[in-house]
Design a protein around this ligand. Structure first.
Ligand code: NAP
Length: 376
């Protein structure tokens, strides 16, 4: 029998981390509150809307752009000349928006180059269908903006038809599948970028790869746990994806924090809290202000240089751009490279891809996804 101290040491080595340490957790909340209180001051150097260069040669897919931050990103990119693909679940609303934007734009230049494709992130076969349809065009994709997301505050735990906790699926698993399946088009568009609209809330997230659905009762499920874990998982997955993509592939992965933004994200809050939320406009960004970090990450040439520097330095985390369009350091837990590798492996399994999916796609080979709709 080993001594108490030796058995304590070996058990602390073997025992996987069950959550954030309280110092990490406190620091996390400090960052969230700091962003809330000071985001306007920190971003006071930015214009609103953020000026964009001409984007006439750019094709960009934006998920979830019938509302909130995504809507502002889509409209501004289209008005700057990009070919914008609105990847949305409500195609009728997207067509109505395009009609409105074309009317308001008429006389200001060429008609906006914008189209709609259906994508429901609550269904992984919808993601596969979307990627197959896009890749079949054999055209380049320069920017993928994974913007769509949910934060069902105060709602009970729900699962998609694929069996995954909804925050995990919409905010993380489905966008990860989409990013990988679109690699052939992103290679054609190289230098290209995958932009993930992430959140400062990843600082208070924790990912247990044995319990991605938060059902084991090791942790009590709340929408905050679901949301923050999905955002942290996204940073970890993005970091490994960035590492697996050789510099020659010319595809860069960037996470951004939009700030604390007044959008529909608050629609599930109790009415009284919603009123409070709208009464504090000084602190909270408008959707247009919240779109700036994603627009900056998607279009600024310095961002590519920054990604190249991080890659050359073998930095453990992918590029992260803050709400003020400056690079920021992701959370301490996001630097846990061992967990990031576990998250990567687990995720490929959950989204039904082989472990060498990225390498095969880079070689120009085809891959099979478990969620491929059957062709009859
Ligand atoms: N607002 C904030 O303070 C804040 C802070 C940090 C990060 N973010 C992140 O910013 C991103 C945009 O959020 P937002 O604040 O603009 O929220 P929002 O106004 O609620 O917009 C979210 C968008 O995602 C779409 N969406 C939701 N579920 C979907 C699904 N199953 N399939 C396809 N699209 C789906 C929505 O489509 P419908 O229009 O059909 O509902 C909507 O267009 C999210 O990733 C969010 O986590 C927001």
């Amino acid at each position: 029998m080993g001594s108490p101290s030796s058995s304590a040491t070996s058990s602390s080595i073997e025992k996987p981390k069950q959550g954030l340490g309280w110092m990490e957790w406190l620091r996390g909340w400090f960052y969230v509150i700091y962003e809330f209180l000071f985001q306007r001051i920190m971003a006071s150097h930015l214009q609103n809307p953020i000026p964009l260069p001409p984007l006439n040669d750019l094709t960009c897919i934006i998920t979830g752009c019938t509302n909130g931050i995504g809507l502002k990103i889509a409209r501004q990119m289209a008005e700057s000349g990009a070919h914008v693909v609105m990847a949305v679940r409500n195609t009728k609303a997207a067509h109505e928006l395009i009609q409105k934007w074309q009317n308001e734009w008429s006389g200001m230049g060429l008609p906006l180059n914008i189209e709609v494709m259906e994508l429901d992130l609550l269904s992984l076969d919808s993601v596969v269908r979307f990627a197959e349809a896009w890749n079949a065009r054999l055209g380049p994709l320069h920017v993928l903006i994974n913007n769509a997301g949910i934060f069902s505050i105060g709602e009970p735990q729900r699962f998609s038809k694929d069996g995954y906790e909804e925050h995990m699926q919409v905010n993380y698993l489905a966008p990860s599948l989409l990013s990988i399946l679109l690699l052939p088009s992103l290679i054609r568009g190289s230098p290209s970028r995958i932009i993930n609209v992430n959140s400062i809330m990843h600082f208070v997230g924790f990912v247990d790869t044995e319990d991605m659905n938060v059902v084991s009762r090791k942790r009590k499920y709340t929408s905050l746990v679901g949301y923050s874990s999905s955002k942290l998982a996204q940073v970890m997955f993005s970091s490994i994806l960035q590492k697996r993509l050789p510099a020659e592939a010319g595809i860069n992965v960037v996470c951004v924090s939009p700030g604390i933004v007044d959008t529909n994200v608050a629609r599930d809050l109790p009415k009284i809290v919603q009123i409070g939320y709208h009464l504090i406009p000084y602190f909270i960004f408008s959707a247009e202000e919240g779109s700036r970090s994603a627009l900056f990450a998607a279009t600024d040439p310095q961002v590519l240089e920054y990604c190249e520097v991080l890659k050359a330095d073998d930095w453990p985390v992918c590029a992260f751009i803050s709400h003020d369009c400056r690079p920021m350091n992701a959370s301490e837990e996001a630097h846990n490279i061992e967990t990031s590798h576990k998250v990567w492996a687990k995720t490929l399994d959950l989204i039904g891809l082989p472990s060498d999916a990225v390498e095969k796609l880079l070689e120009g080979e085809e891959i099979q996804c478990r969620y491929q709709p059957s062709r009859e």
